[in-house]
Ligand binder design. Sequence first.
Ligand code: NAI
Ligand code: MG
Length: 393
Amino acid sequence: MAKPTIVVMPGDGIGKIVTPEAVRVLDAAGFHANYVHGDIGWDFWIREGNPLPDRTIDLLRRHKLGLFGAITSKPKAQADAELTPELKGKGLSYFSPIVRMRQLFDLDICVRPCQTFPGNPLNFIRRKGDGFEEPKVDAVIFRQNTECLYSGVEWTDPPAPVRAALETHPKMAAYKKVAGKDLAVSCRIFTRTACRRIAQAAFEHAKRFGYKSVTVCEKPNVIRETSGMMEEEARKVAAEFPGIRLWATNIDAQMMWLTKNPEDYGVMVAGNMFGDIISDGFAGLVGGLGFACSANLGREVAVFEPTHGSAPKYAGLSPSIVNPIATILAGCMLLEHVGQTELAERIRGAVQQVVAEGKVRTYDMLRLAGGPKVFEQGAASTQQMTDAVIARL
Ligand code: NAI
Ligand code: MG
């Protein structure tokens, strides 16, 4: 296979810190790749009025593989105020470059693995009798990444034709007397193709990695049309995978069950909003933001990232305190995507050893308040954590 080229987009804040650490691990593991830098984030909004410059889009179009750190987003007024004076008053408005990237390349499949590393002091524990037990969580969430309530089709005070169209539905009678300015509508849009693609991806993953069940998590008893379509498509796909069971749960009940019996779940599949919710829920059981990684997969382009943001309050600390593991694990997902499963397993194994030994822990793993004092309190730096992982490879 030709040597892949990876577009590395560190972005803002701690994105600039953790992304090079992940690349360092990929290199140390012997992954043969070229790396090109992609500009993205707040600096480019300020200087160029565009947080996702065309040159970065071109790089992704060409190389098809991205490793992304994190970006900073700020409210509209602040975004306008920080724009360079020459660009002010030109009608530019800030947009989230990662959301734009997902839409532009139709990165409709979001994969978020949530797996326990034994020995992680942040793992979920459950009271049992007089003691505690620590069930091993191994869930992978497949979240539809482009539609649902994130479609962006929404209004406060819907224009007259929209209001008129809505009023063709008998249930709108309840809102007849509400003034336009007091009425907000966000559309939950699902398409059959996207439902089918996310369900298919979930089942294929279950088959490839030996999971026994896929759970579709929506709310079809109430949100009949959209949740109903997702469940219907999941059932059709399930028929093509006779060895894997399909379970269907409702999002509200699922949130309770994931804190009662999270070990019972394997692959989960959901629309954008509920997928966002369950993936954060499961991530909280296995270490939180320092461990949560994700893949955004389209038909051609794939971008891998830690789930966390740019954590600006820690971006300026030297040495850095943040946990690089989420981004290192995003690198493992990239490796699996290009067929380097063994390398991915080696890196995960190294992370697992470091966590199990418990000698090197970043501040989050020690439940410390972040800041420069964490080193006196026994925390390892970002670089020390990476070094420890590399040493176990
Ligand atoms: P955040 O994820 O940046 O940070 C929240 C808190 O989580 C931090 O203060 C820190 O305590 C902890 N944390 C995050 N990453 C960590 C790591 N690697 N190791 C240890 N602890 C870690 O979320 P926040 O503070 O809400 O947002 C900060 C900025 O990031 C905002 O501008 C926001 O818009 C942006 N953001 C960007 C995302 C992305 O690029 N995908 C996702 C979420 C937020
Ligand atoms: Mg989220």
